[in-house]
Design a binder for this molecule. Structure first.
Ligand SMILES: C[S@@+](CC[C@H](N)C(=O)[O-])C[C@H]1O[C@@H](n2cnc3c(N)ncnc32)[C@H](O)[C@@H]1O
Length: 125
Protein backbone atom coordinates (compact mmCIF):
# COMPACT_ATOMS: atom_id res chain seq x y z
CA UNK A 1 0.00 0.00 0.00
CA UNK A 2 1.29 3.49 -0.86
CA UNK A 3 2.56 5.54 2.07
CA UNK A 4 1.00 9.00 1.73
CA UNK A 5 2.48 10.65 4.84
CA UNK A 6 4.25 13.91 4.04
CA UNK A 7 7.46 15.43 5.35
CA UNK A 8 6.22 18.76 6.70
CA UNK A 9 9.04 21.15 5.87
CA UNK A 10 8.55 21.05 2.14
CA UNK A 11 5.64 18.65 1.62
CA UNK A 12 7.55 15.84 -0.04
CA UNK A 13 5.86 12.45 0.07
CA UNK A 14 7.63 10.18 2.53
CA UNK A 15 7.51 7.49 -0.15
CA UNK A 16 10.40 9.12 -2.01
CA UNK A 17 12.42 9.67 1.14
CA UNK A 18 12.14 6.31 2.84
CA UNK A 19 15.43 4.63 3.58
CA UNK A 20 14.85 1.96 0.96
CA UNK A 21 13.96 4.47 -1.79
CA UNK A 22 16.84 6.85 -0.98
CA UNK A 23 19.31 3.99 -0.74
CA UNK A 24 18.35 3.13 -4.33
CA UNK A 25 18.28 6.69 -5.67
CA UNK A 26 21.57 7.68 -4.05
CA UNK A 27 23.39 4.60 -5.37
CA UNK A 28 24.69 6.26 -8.59
CA UNK A 29 26.09 9.13 -6.51
CA UNK A 30 28.02 6.89 -4.18
CA UNK A 31 30.86 6.22 -6.64
CA UNK A 32 31.66 9.95 -6.44
CA UNK A 33 31.45 10.10 -2.64
CA UNK A 34 33.22 6.85 -1.80
CA UNK A 35 36.73 8.07 -2.78
CA UNK A 36 36.34 10.94 -0.31
CA UNK A 37 35.77 8.63 2.67
CA UNK A 38 38.61 7.28 4.78
CA UNK A 39 38.17 4.93 7.75
CA UNK A 40 38.14 6.88 11.01
CA UNK A 41 37.24 10.23 9.51
CA UNK A 42 34.53 12.35 11.11
CA UNK A 43 31.64 12.87 8.72
CA UNK A 44 28.61 15.12 8.99
CA UNK A 45 25.42 14.49 7.01
CA UNK A 46 23.36 17.69 7.04
CA UNK A 47 19.62 17.27 6.38
CA UNK A 48 20.17 13.52 6.39
CA UNK A 49 16.56 12.45 5.91
CA UNK A 50 16.12 8.77 6.70
CA UNK A 51 19.89 8.21 6.83
CA UNK A 52 20.71 6.51 3.54
CA UNK A 53 23.99 8.37 3.06
CA UNK A 54 24.83 8.32 6.77
CA UNK A 55 24.71 4.53 6.86
CA UNK A 56 26.85 4.27 3.73
CA UNK A 57 29.42 6.60 5.27
CA UNK A 58 29.47 4.45 8.39
CA UNK A 59 29.81 1.28 6.32
CA UNK A 60 32.88 2.90 4.73
CA UNK A 61 34.42 3.40 8.17
CA UNK A 62 33.50 6.99 9.05
CA UNK A 63 32.27 8.14 12.45
CA UNK A 64 29.03 9.81 11.43
CA UNK A 65 26.80 12.52 12.86
CA UNK A 66 23.58 13.12 10.94
CA UNK A 67 20.97 15.79 11.50
CA UNK A 68 17.49 16.45 10.13
CA UNK A 69 14.49 18.45 11.33
CA UNK A 70 11.88 15.85 10.39
CA UNK A 71 10.83 13.64 13.34
CA UNK A 72 9.36 11.18 10.85
CA UNK A 73 12.61 10.70 8.93
CA UNK A 74 14.89 10.77 11.96
CA UNK A 75 12.56 8.20 13.50
CA UNK A 76 13.05 5.93 10.52
CA UNK A 77 16.81 6.45 10.66
CA UNK A 78 16.96 5.63 14.38
CA UNK A 79 14.85 2.51 13.91
CA UNK A 80 17.25 1.30 11.24
CA UNK A 81 20.25 2.28 13.38
CA UNK A 82 18.95 0.12 16.22
CA UNK A 83 18.24 -2.76 13.83
CA UNK A 84 21.78 -2.75 12.43
CA UNK A 85 23.49 -1.79 15.69
CA UNK A 86 24.80 1.39 14.10
CA UNK A 87 26.77 4.05 15.97
CA UNK A 88 25.58 6.92 13.73
CA UNK A 89 24.48 9.82 15.92
CA UNK A 90 21.11 10.97 14.58
CA UNK A 91 20.04 14.41 15.80
CA UNK A 92 16.56 15.78 15.25
CA UNK A 93 17.01 19.55 14.94
CA UNK A 94 17.00 22.52 12.59
CA UNK A 95 20.49 22.79 11.09
CA UNK A 96 20.14 26.56 10.97
CA UNK A 97 19.98 26.77 14.76
CA UNK A 98 21.81 23.72 16.02
CA UNK A 99 25.08 24.23 17.88
CA UNK A 100 27.37 21.27 17.24
CA UNK A 101 29.73 20.18 20.01
CA UNK A 102 32.19 19.10 17.32
CA UNK A 103 33.43 22.04 15.27
CA UNK A 104 35.76 20.28 12.84
CA UNK A 105 34.70 17.66 10.31
CA UNK A 106 36.67 15.75 7.71
CA UNK A 107 33.69 15.53 5.37
CA UNK A 108 30.28 17.22 5.27
CA UNK A 109 27.49 16.17 2.93
CA UNK A 110 24.30 17.99 1.98
CA UNK A 111 22.40 15.71 -0.40
CA UNK A 112 18.97 16.13 -1.97
CA UNK A 113 19.17 19.92 -2.18
CA UNK A 114 17.49 20.84 1.11
CA UNK A 115 18.87 24.36 0.91
CA UNK A 116 15.97 25.42 -1.30
CA UNK A 117 13.74 24.77 1.71
CA UNK A 118 15.61 27.14 4.01
CA UNK A 119 13.71 30.38 4.68
CA UNK A 120 15.39 33.18 2.66
CA UNK A 121 15.23 35.51 5.65
CA UNK A 122 17.69 33.21 7.44
CA UNK A 123 20.37 34.24 4.94
CA UNK A 124 20.17 37.88 5.89
CA UNK A 125 18.79 38.92 2.51
C1 LIG B 1 15.06 16.14 -0.22
S1 LIG B 1 15.31 15.61 1.44
C2 LIG B 1 16.95 14.90 1.34
C3 LIG B 1 17.25 14.01 2.52
C4 LIG B 1 18.61 13.30 2.45
N1 LIG B 1 19.72 14.25 2.43
C5 LIG B 1 18.69 12.40 1.26
O1 LIG B 1 19.43 12.70 0.32
O2 LIG B 1 17.98 11.38 1.27
C6 LIG B 1 15.63 17.16 2.31
C7 LIG B 1 15.76 16.98 3.80
O3 LIG B 1 16.11 18.23 4.38
C8 LIG B 1 15.51 18.30 5.65
N2 LIG B 1 15.52 19.71 6.04
C9 LIG B 1 15.01 20.77 5.37
N3 LIG B 1 15.25 21.93 6.03
C10 LIG B 1 15.93 21.57 7.16
C11 LIG B 1 16.48 22.30 8.26
N4 LIG B 1 16.36 23.63 8.33
N5 LIG B 1 17.13 21.62 9.24
C12 LIG B 1 17.25 20.26 9.17
N6 LIG B 1 16.75 19.52 8.16
C13 LIG B 1 16.11 20.16 7.16
C14 LIG B 1 14.14 17.68 5.45
O4 LIG B 1 13.54 17.25 6.64
C15 LIG B 1 14.50 16.52 4.51
O5 LIG B 1 14.78 15.34 5.21
Amino acid sequence: MADDRYVPVFNWPIGELTLSERTKSLAPLWEHIAPLVQPGMRALDLCCGSGAAAFRLEDAGAAVTAIDSSPLLIGEARTEAARRNSAVEFIQADVLDYRFETVAWDLALVLGNPIIDFPPERFGG
